[in-house]
Design a binder for this molecule. Structure first.
Ligand code: GDD
Length: 365
């Protein structure tokens, strides 16, 4: 089978992390975001993965090529000279996606869930339509594509409304599809939206179905959702693969709830970690430090008695003694927060040192 991941855009909503690292490579749960999807596709029997990008992918090529062997897949980059939207990239990658008659997956790149791809394939083959969209329910559907069902035929989509201004329902497009190769014949090689242009044709042809997702789902393309997604992801790991999380009885620091720590991190006795914390490789955490609902990326240091809450600490950062961070603070690469300083809702650009309190949401350049 084949799969295409839509990796367009510059990841502006996840700045300042994406100022130095392409979004798909930002670690979520201690692994590049896109690796969660590549692994799930490989587990579902996908052998050819196309990454549809509209910027120069050198860093990604270098990082991702090494995973081809690990997952037994071929990863190719399909580079657009102008952004082709969410459907155009399928046409551009036609050669790979149409190399056989089997259906292919299409994934939006920031989506985190348990990826039920085997069940999705079985469901898709059983209904016989041209496409299946994975659906999930959300409280605020207006920023998503909303799916309305046909009353007579279960799961047949009657209407697809991208970013509705008026409420039409709360079952939304989760950004994961499986499509038959002939769907590509509906798309021209130009900037095209799959949601606004291709799906309506399939709906008209009564050929588009939805598959209800079980369990958690989150689009983690912005900091608040990245942290919320981390909470959901860790909860899922605690049920499916609890050995990956820290066993509180086996460490000499205090652990609360779900905590994921890289084996090379050093955490001092007397610190309290959790709930919902991810600590990356080479991270050092001092005595009496307190972390909750936060992600600390590679090679950062949290000094003694610092309090880190609702924060994404970027790579190579330092948080000083008795310093405090909260309010969805995001630190880019190589940021330092001095001792005793308080940062609330700061988005701190790479290589900055913060020496005075930041009390309200702001961008620090
Ligand atoms: N290669 C490529 N080229 N990828 C693109 C381009 C492009 O020109 N434009 C967007 N993408 C990618 C984005 O990187 C993302 O993975 C996906 O296509 C959809 O991105 P957006 O167009 O930003 O849509 P959205 O996130 O606001 O909404 C989409 O996702 C929702 C679920 O999170 C839609 O598919 C909604 O219907 C859906 O509910």
């Amino acid at each position: 089978m084949k799969g295409l991941i839509l990796v367009g855009g510059y990841g502006t909503r996840l700045r300042p992390l994406t100022l130095t690292t392409p979004k798909p490579l930002v670690e979520f749960g201690n692994r590049p975001m896109i690796l969660h999807q590549i692994e799930a596709l490989a587990n579902a029997g996908v052998t050819d993965i196309v990454l549809a990008v509209n910027y120069r992918p050198e860093v990604m090529v270098e990082t991702l090529k090494k995973y081809e062997k690990e997952f037994g897949v071929s990863i190719t980059f399909s580079v657009e000279t102008e952004p082709l939207g969410t459907a155009g990239p399928l046409k551009l990658a036609e050669e790979v996606l149409k190399k056989d008659d089997s259906p292919f997956f299409v994934l939006n790149s920031d989506v985190i869930c348990d990826y039920p791809f085997d069940e999705l394939v079985a469901f898709h083959k059983a209904h016989g339509g041209a496409g299946t969209i994975v659906a999930t329910k959300v409280d605020e559907p207006s920023k998503y594509g909303v799916i309305v069902h046909d009353i007579a035929t279960p799961n047949l989509i009657d209407r697809f409304v991208e970013k509705p201004v008026e409420f039409v329902g709360n079952r939304i497009n989760a950004g994961l599809y499986i499509l038959n190769p002939e769907v590509i014949d509906l798309i021209e090689l130009k900037p095209t939206s799959i949601e606004k242009e291709t799906f309506p044709i399939l709906v008209e042809n009564k050929s588009l179905y939805s598959f209800d997702l079980e369990g958690y789902w989150m689009d983690v393309g912005q900091p608040k959702d990245f942290l919320a997604g981390t909470v959901l992801y860790l909860n899922s790991v605690s049920k499916k693969d609890p050995k990956k999380l820290v066993d509180a009885s086996a460490v000499d620091y205090e652990v609360v709830g779900n905590v994921l720590v890289d084996s090379t991190a050093k955490i001092a006795k007397g610190s309290k970690i959790g709930p919902d914390v991810v600590i990356g490789p080479g991270v050092v955490i001092g005595e009496g430090a307190r972390l909750s609902t936060s992600v600390v990326l590679k090679n950062s240091t949290i000094k003694d008695h610092a309090l880190v809450k609702n924060t994404i600490v970027g790579w190579n950062c330092t948080i000083g003694k008795w310093a405090r961070t909260d309010g969805v603070t995001v630190m880019g690469d190589d940021v330092a927060i001095k001792d005793e300083v308080y940062v609330n809702g700061g988005k701190v650009l790479p290589h900055k040192t913060i020496g005075a309190n930041v009390e309200t949401e702001s961008i620090i350049m």
